[in-house]
Design a protein around this ligand. Structure first.
Ligand code: AMP
Ligand code: MG
Length: 402
């Protein structure tokens, strides 16, 4: 068995970042930028009001209070999108709506809640004093000309997309996201809701893996369910490497008589088969076929997901342009005893996180078998239990959330 870190660095060494190119902003979310973007504009572009109310000269409101209101002359009303063409003089104010530009002469805004007008609307009584600058959003407060809006290597989130639209950038240079093909292997597997024949089970891995890939921002190609047949596996791999930037397979990488995935990868690619010192997800094959990485994940449903999280996902993230790709472990407190025996492996125990006052308590779920997907579904966290006798309740525990 080899340490997980060795398997991870082998995989990461053998994949590289995909080419980059321009992409419409509307499609760019969840891509990684290949180039920094700097702002050529001020955001906001002009001083404007943060509230609905009255643009005033702060000095005029100095004595305003509930018992002693100040009356000002209203000389105009400014809607958002309008450029006011007047200037306030002593004793004057203007009605103003959120986002509208400040008129000349005004230096603060009184919220409408602190005002009352006469019937005609040409005078307003103010019951609260404001200071210079109150409720004004200054031009350039969000972005200055020359500010970096996103750096190179940034994973674009919806906020970045809005920020870029806000400065009129509708095309961004991003790294291509890998197109990932997925197929399951196994003579016992079927798809569909016909009653199962003796010995059959339904394929679940292809569905959970496609869902993981979609969730993590990769494009997917479903390459189907393939029998334990060397020729069928070989032709699916060859078809897959034509269409895809990476392939995930499940099953057929253990020590069984019909485990053909590693046999095929060995024959048509540069393959390394590994027994990794982890539980679940010990067997793993990684091959490069016509420069396309192929991740041979184990067949047990929980193992295939854990193997994806620890080995395939980091590599795919490197391909999509991210720098720091390995899962980050956090420290929490064991909410229960995590029993285990010495076996030379690191155990990833399906768990859930409970936020309790200032602590993150980690609890194992009941079903820990690598075939028990319901345990995985109940969990949101993997507790990392290094080789040894386990961790007792109340001790510090490493975990990562997936
Ligand atoms: P294998 O790695 O092919 O030896 O499979 C290990 C175990 O996982 C066996 O019990 C298989 O039946 C099961 N298995 C393999 N592939 C799948 C799949 N796609 N969906 C559900 N179970 C699977
Ligand atoms: Mg099999």
């Amino acid at each position: 068995m080899i340490p997980l870190e060795e398997a991870q660095s082998h995989v990461l060494r053998n994949v590289s970042q995909l080419p980059s190119g321009g992409l419409a902003l509307s499609s760019a979310c969840s891509h990684v930028t290949a180039q920094a973007v700097t702002s050529k504009e001020l955001v906001p572009p002009f001083d404007n009001t943060a509230v609905d109310g009255y643009a005033v000269i702060a000095f005029n409101t100095l004595d305003a209070s509930d018992s002693d209101e100040v009356q000002l002359e209203v000389i105009g009303s400014i809607a958002a999108g309008v450029d006011p063409d007047f200037e306030l003089e002593d004793g004057q104010c203007a009605k103003i709506m959120t986002g509208a530009p400040m008129p000349k002469g005004a230096d603060a805004v009184v919220m409408v809640e602190w005002t009352s007008t006469n019937d005609v609307g040409d005078a307003v009584r103010i019951s609260k004093s404001v200071k210079e600058g109150d409720h004004i959003r200054r031009s350039g407060e969000d972005l200055q000309v020359g500010d970096q809006v996103v750096g190179a290597g940034t994973f674009l989130t919806p906020a970045h997309i809005g920020l870029l639209a806000g400065i009129g950038v509708y095309q961004v240079n991003v790294v291509q996201r890998p197109v990932v093909g997925v197929f399951s292997t196994g003579d016992e597997l079927v798809e569909g809701n016909k009653p199962l024949k003796p010995g059959q089970i339904r394929d679940s891995n292809r569905f959970s893996l496609l869902a993981l890939l979609e969730r993590d921002g990769f494009q997917t190609v479903d390459l189907g369910l393939i029998p334990d047949d060397k020729e069928a596996i070989e032709s699916t791999v060859l078809e897959g490497v034509e269409k895809c930037d990476a392939l995930l397979t499940t099953g057929g990488v253990s020590m069984g008589d019909y485990d053909y995935v590693k046999v095929v990868l060995d024959e048509i690619g540069d393959m390394r088969w590994m027994q990794i010192a982890i539980k679940p997800a010990k067997p793993f094959a990684f091959g490069v076929v016509q420069s396309v990485p192929v991740f041979g994940l184990p067949g047990n449903p929980v193992s295939s997901m854990v193997s994806y999280l620890l080995l395939a996902k980091p590599a795919l993230q490197k391909m999509m342009g991210l720098d720091s790709v390995l899962p980050s472990y956090f420290l929490g407190e064991a909410g229960e005893d995590f029993h285990r025996r010495v076996d030379g492996k690191t155990h990833f125990v399906r768990s859930f996180l409970e936020r309790s006052k200032d602590k993150n308590l980690i609890h194992p779920v009941g079903k820990q078998g690598s075939h028990q997907l319901s345990g995985m579904a109940e969990a949101d966290t993997l507790a990392v239990i290094h080789d040894g006798e386990g961790i007792s309740k109340g001790s510090s525990i490493e975990y990562f959330r997936y």
